[in-house]
Design a protein around this ligand. Sequence first.
Ligand code: MN
Length: 507
Amino acid sequence: MNTFDQFEVWFVTGAQLLYGGDAVIAVDAHSNEMVAGLNNSGKLPVKVVYKGTANSSKEVEAVMKAANNDEKCIGVITWMHTFSPAKMWIHGLQQLKKPLLHLHTQYNKEIPWDTMDMDFMNLNQSAHGDREFGHICTRMRIRRKVVVGYWQDEETQRKIAVWMRVCAAWADAQDMLIIRFGDQMNNVAVTDGDKVEAEVRMGYHVDYCPVSELMEYHAQVKDEDVKALVDEYFRLYDTDINNDGRTAEYTVLWNAAKAELALRAILKAKGAKGFTTNFDDLGQTDGSHFDQIPGLASQRLMAEGYGFGAEGDWKSAALYRTLWVMNQGLPNGCSFLEDYTLNFDGENSAILQAHMLEVCPLIAAKKPRLEVHFLGIGVRKSQTARLVFTSKTGAGCTATVVDLGNRFRLIVNDVECIEPKPLPKLPVASALWIPQPNFEVGAGAWILAGGTHHSCFSYDLTAEYWEDYAEIAGIEMVHINKDTTISDFKKELRMNEVYYMLNKALC
Ligand code: MN
């Protein structure tokens, strides 16, 4: 089952009784037909459920309260078929806690020039009613997505689909537990932040778990389960390692599989959707412990949908989980990544994205290779298993959240992944990208915005997804793209500083 199947989005049509019961019956029939059309389009990941016409303040309030209390409902679409006086929406909008999409469309595509009379015009007046509704939302500072377009058009449905994926990720985040195995890497600022405010603003909860508790699960892992997982590795990946149980490399793989089983077991037991590790904290050597950084486990758990952030980076772990939920079923994949090394090469100047180990195989261009190499970082410098690959080429989008002290800022950058040269002495997974609009402006703007060296990347998602996410969460977003200039970007950062200082509700 994919995550989207458990959810629904409600569709509420605004009307009123001014035009008589027959008009409401017609509005209802049109709405039913439109919702069926949206569901049958095959373009929407989440089912739309028609909740009837809302004809009065009481009816609006009732449906909004019901939406709040329905666990399956992850968002509400409103559309004003006729004129729906917007004072009747005030109390309902005050109640609504779920994401809102205002669809500005019309039942009929074109004006029936030869036959249109006053009755027809009174019934089909979303041009009128949607402005009235839009006004009250703006007046009340209601955050929402406004989608304008004919309901049968692919582009209209695409925009709704984007929002639905974000709503699903948002709902997922309201019940998200991130476990930190060990603490933040000492002294690192950019990956740290206010966990209390993160829960208030973005919904997820972050807990600490001592590595000793993880080791209790590690000690209970059964040999037959480890053997089965190692065999699975040999089936899934290309490798030169022998599956004969005798070599030192096999032992490293065995230990990596055992670590993966321990991590999955404790995450399941705690109901966690993501985790962080710290290479300086791998358990006590005189008891159960990891012999290596559990990098292979992190790679494979990310592909399964577990959020991951290295070195205690819980904000990235949560954001990756959100990214993965939004990205489900899309073809090209997503990963946690890290800015590592610059390559100055004129117009093709680029940043090598890698990590010691932890890159998600969903972005691999080809079948990953399973390899074991020495890793000289962390408390236990040792032979370490990992999946080695290079990523696909093409356009993508990367994002990070930073804590600015008075608010969170979501920083989004369009990037272009290009073909790297072979790295025979660096056996890790990697991507090579040019931040848009080019290396100098893209990297410069990212640094000015205070962005991390860790980010959450997808080939399939665009900045539109993150814009919808920031709108729902009520957090700042800055988007670095092909049109960005440093001077305009600096102005935007300064203006945002004022906006968020004044707008205390968002800080
Ligand atoms: Mn890192």
